[in-house]
Write a protein that binds this ligand. Sequence first.
Ligand SMILES: Nc1ncnc2c1ncn2[C@@H]1O[C@H](COP(=O)(O)OP(=O)(O)OP(=O)(O)O)[C@@H](O)[C@H]1O
Ligand SMILES: [Mg+2]
Length: 273
Amino acid sequence: MIEFKGVRFRYDNEGPEALQGVDLEIPDGIFLVVAGHNGSGKSTLSKHINGLLLPTEGQVLVNGLDTRDENNLLSIRQQVGMVFQNPDNQLVTTIVEEDVAFGPENLGVPSPEIRVRVDEALKKVGMTAYAESAAHRLSGGQKQRIAIAGMLAMEPKILVLDEATAMLDPKGREELLQTVYELNRKNGMTVIMITQYMEEAVMADRVVVMNGGQIVMDDVPQAIFSRGDELRALGLDVPEIVRIREDLQKAGVSLPLTVLTDSQLAEALCPLF
Ligand SMILES: Nc1ncnc2c1ncn2[C@@H]1O[C@H](COP(=O)(O)OP(=O)(O)OP(=O)(O)O)[C@@H](O)[C@H]1O
Ligand SMILES: [Mg+2]
């Protein structure tokens, strides 16, 4: 479990705080999406989870370990894997399997075990066939999957993705999302996904919306997306299906709030014809 307790954070003495009193509990095994427009504090929040940033006030506990205690940082960083936006900045070596091995090597994992971990990690992200490929020749989506494999090889309990799909095309986004979703559902990994694409929040167990360094919404997707006008006022969009549902509502056709995907929409519309 990850706990934010009254967390405030300042990058410098001028200007407003980037986090203005964040209280948040993230239970193990959850798929959490954090949304919010530019500058709302999402990256600042995510960097607190592995102690890249430390609270100016308040505390962050990762499985009971306070990030402000230097003695905890190694253990925390073994538990939390972070994937960032730009796939090119995250690959460190030229060959895919060497890249995936880099993290566990730095943790001092013995070679035979590294071999096993690399193979397993590549399998989990569907990139086994590319083990000996040149990393720079992969597509953006493939590079992100290698970056995730590199994290998995370190066997983190928690995976944090900070707009990791932002630079991908729609197909790459969809594939990466599916990969991460399966890691959560099949392997029980806690996933914290930061995104501006509200479509990606549909599959989440819970969605946190940030604005001005604060959490302004925290609920299941169905409840979040029933507040379309508030989301738009916060500079966020709603998924296309929700937009269609809203339009139908205005035209006098009421559909349940549980309708978030195209198949659910089709199912809900069928009885009306
Ligand atoms: N290194 C930094 N130094 C000073 N201020 C910063 C720094 N990084 C972020 N900020 C400021 O802190 C606030 C929160 O930024 P943050 O990067 O956490 O937002 P974000 O929600 O991740 O935005 P984006 O969607 O653009 O990634 C913003 O006002 C931003 O300008
Ligand atoms: Mg950010």
